[in-house]
Write a protein that binds this ligand. Structure first.
Ligand SMILES: N[C@@H](CCC[C@H](N)C(=O)O)C(=O)O
Length: 311
């Protein structure tokens, strides 16, 4: 079988993208691992299959029926898999790269800053975490309305600032972590210095207690202070590293950037800004807590090369 693929990345969180408009590809775990293998395959943190939302519904995934009922224009679905073959509900960097891929294929078109309001965006797509809407900014960045977010530990966790204990390899005691749900699970831990962030050993997965039922992505974050966004609004800046569920340490994680900004915003309390710049090893993204309980993620998306793989 020949697979036509495109390699892309969002702040160096990299993906193999496959267009499957007729729903012909059986993307099982073994094939995902072959595609993402950095020595024996193409190499990536994950695989994104662009498929008809209707075919995902026909395959029995109820979320796809809900998507089409909510947004009939969301005819394309981001079928996302982690490098280890596991299915993940959501990928924030992946949505931006999916938008660039759909644009190249002629399935989406974006005018600069088109679709600022929800419901008139350049692209509405289906994901396992619901409908996501994407617009393109004048600087070429894609901005995604990531939908609602929550603190699974509720008010109690927000007031305490944590609801989990996290041990990174080399730590002799757990540190407090705050769980944040972006459709996929995250646990955010604050560190006291950039030096400590740089020295972290993320070659093995951090241990989180109590163990989240479906695992978790873990973000280690250092607040860097306040500034003004180019628009003049107050903004915060943080730096983070991430260990992703189903992958390992990556250069960036879009949902993780949202989780980290939202956790630091919760820790800062009522005076915290809504806009955050998040530095990751692979670049920088912008996160904005929207008034309606949604969160927006903005950043670059690059399509790097295309090819054909025989499997
Ligand atoms: N890198 C992605 C997140 C991908 C899924 C994650 N590893 C999980 O299992 O939840 C992003 O940019 O959000």
């Amino acid at each position: 079988m020949k697979i036509e693929f495109t390699k892309g990345h969002g702040t160096h969180n990299d993906f193999v993208l496959v267009a499957d408009p007729k729903d012909e590809l059986d993307l099982d775990g073994e094939l995902v691992r072959r595609l993402t293998d950095r020595r024996g395959g193409i190499g990536a943190d994950g695989v994104i299959r662009l498929a008809p939302t209707a075919s995902v519904a026909a395959a029995g995934e109820e979320i796809a029926d809900e998507i089409l009922a909510e947004e009939p224009a969301a005819i394309w679905f981001m079928d996302y898999r982690n490098a280890d073959g596991s299915v993940a509900e959501m990928c924030g960097n992946g949505v931006r790269v999916f938008a660039a891929f759909a644009e190249r294929l002629g399935y989406a078109s974006f005018g600069a800053d088109r679709g600022r309001g929800r419901g008139e965006s350049g692209l509405a797509l289906g994901t396992r975490a619901g409908v996501k809407r994407v617009r393109k900014e004048s600087n070429g960045w894609y901005a995604v309305d990531m939908g609602p977010w929550s603190l699974p530990g509720g008010d109690e966790a927000r007031d305490a600032g944590y609801d989990a204990g996290v041990v990174v390899h080399g730590w002799d005691a757990p540190r407090p972590g705050l769980s944040v749900d972006l459709g996929n699970p995250h646990t955010v831990v604050a560190l006291s210095s950039l030096d400590e962030l740089e020295r972290l050993d993320l070659t093995t997965a951090p241990e989180v207690a109590p163990p989240p039922p479906h695992g978790t992505n873990v973000e280690l974050v250092v607040p860097l202070g306040d500034e003004r966004a180019p628009s003049g609004e107050p903004a915060g800046r943080i730096r983070m590293r991430v260990h992703e569920r189903g992958v390992g340490e990556t250069q960036s994680c879009g949902t993780g950037a949202c989780a980290a900004a939202l956790a630091v915003r919760a820790w800062q309390g009522d005076t915290a800004p809504d806009t955050w710049f998040v530095e990751i090893p692979g670049g920088e993204v912008r996160v904005r807590a929207l008034r309606d309980g949604h969160v927006e993620l903005a950043g670059p998306a690059e399509l790097v090369f295309t090819g054909t793989l025989t499997v």
